[in-house]
Design a protein around this ligand. Structure first.
Ligand SMILES: Nc1ncnc2c1ncn2[C@@H]1O[C@H](COP(=O)(O)OP(=O)(O)OP(=O)(O)O)[C@@H](O)[C@H]1O
Length: 328
């Protein structure tokens, strides 16, 4: 017979179709391993064709019509960019290709009773590709991208929150998609609030239970700029943690090559690498676009060194100002 823990898990997964199936597969695999082939075959038959089958479409049918029911806190984004539009470290490329391949072989993996990695935590400073990468995931897999407005869910805690979290659950369970939680550290901050905000803490805990229990038909991705703010209780809920760092010089070189691919230049931007140290990709993107725009405004066909240097100076001024605001 299957081990007691598996039986307990099976009972606990009642009503959660995906989870039930995963545990059932584990039980079947265990029986196969023990050479109880007849029992294993008969269990598999019951799982595939048995009386639970008619209930499957109902359990998987969309329970909430999107966008009406969830539109207040979920926004649909059409992925427009692809893998040529992102610069990733070699390590991150390896992680992403691994995740994509695992997702694509998801059915076979689940059939063997093994879970598929689908909950990802993206960490790193602003403007280094967390959102862009979620977009690419969606476009590579042909899935829609949905951004969860966490602040709306958290601030709606007077009354509607429980309903909203339930809607979110149903949504993620039924809609194959990449579900993206930006500024996930807001949860950690809210979790640390003091006693008078018990209600808020309950909301946060419900969301964490959501992350625990949901078996998305795509990916749940949470992003944070403040990985220090997340406690271990949050980290361990994710199957994979990926870091997005500011680019070093070789990565800046790759970025400039990509950004100016179809642009006529009168200079070599790589001679300015030292002036670009410490910038995030979003800042590099902005300054490159600014240099290109200057040449357009001046009705020139090519970008000059002067355009580029002026754009760097502008970005530096902006960075100085914003870092002063951040420390206030
Ligand atoms: N790794 C990258 N390669 C190429 N372009 C990038 C990269 N990272 C960011 N960009 C550019 O910067 C823009 C903003 O990046 P993105 O929104 O992904 O940052 P983020 O890490 O999610 O930031 P935030 O934490 O502020 O939400 C992108 O749309 C893209 O133009």
């Amino acid at each position: 017979m299957a081990r007691a823990e598996l039986m307990k898990k099976l009972f606990a997964s009642r009503g959660r179709d995906e989870e039930f199936r995963t545990v059932a597969e584990q039980i079947i695999n265990e029986e196969e391993r023990k050479n109880n082939r007849v029992l294993a075959r008969s269990l598999r038959r019951s799982l595939d064709e048995g009386p639970s089958q008619p209930a499957r479409p109902k359990a998987l049918a969309p329970l909430i019509p999107f966008p009406e029911a969830a539109a207040d806190f979920i926004e649909r984004i059409e992925p427009t960019r692809n893998r040529q539009d992102i610069i990733l470290s070699r390590e991150n490329v390896r992680i992403f290709l691994g995740l994509l391949r695992e997702f694509q072989s998801g059915d076979s993996i689940r059939r063997r009773g093994l879970p598929v990695r689908s909950k990802l935590l993206f960490c790193g400073p602003p403007g280094c590709g967390k959102t862009l990468c979620a977009e690419l995931f969606a476009s590579e897999l042909g899935l829609p991208l949905f951004i969860v407005k966490l602040d709306r869910i958290i601030s709606s805690y007077l009354g509607e929150t429980a309903t909203n979290i339930r809607k979110l659950f149903e949504f993620a369970r039924t809609q194959p998609c990449v579900l993206f939680f930006d500024e996930f550290d807001a949860l950690a901050r809210a979790r640390g609030e003091d006693g008078e905000h018990n209600e808020l803490r309950r909301v946060v805990n419900s969301l964490l239970i959501f992350i625990d229990r949901v078996h998305p038909k795509g990916f749940v991705v949470a992003a944070t700029n403040l990985d220090q703010a997340l406690d271990p209780a949050i980290w361990r809920r994710f199957d994979e943690v990926v870091w997005f760092d500011r680019p070093d010089r070789p990565m800046i070189t790759r970025f400039l090559r990509m950004r100016f691919k179809n642009v006529l230049l009168e200079f070599d931007p790589h001679t300015h690498l030292s002036a670009l140290d410490g910038y995030a990709y979003a800042e590099l993107e902005r300054l490159c676009l600014q240099a290109i725009k200057t040449s357009i405004i001046d009705k020139r066909k090519s970008v000059t060194e002067r355009d580029f240097v002026a754009a760097i100076a502008d970005e530096r001024r902006r960075k100085r100002r914003t870092s002063r605001i951040d420390t206030i």
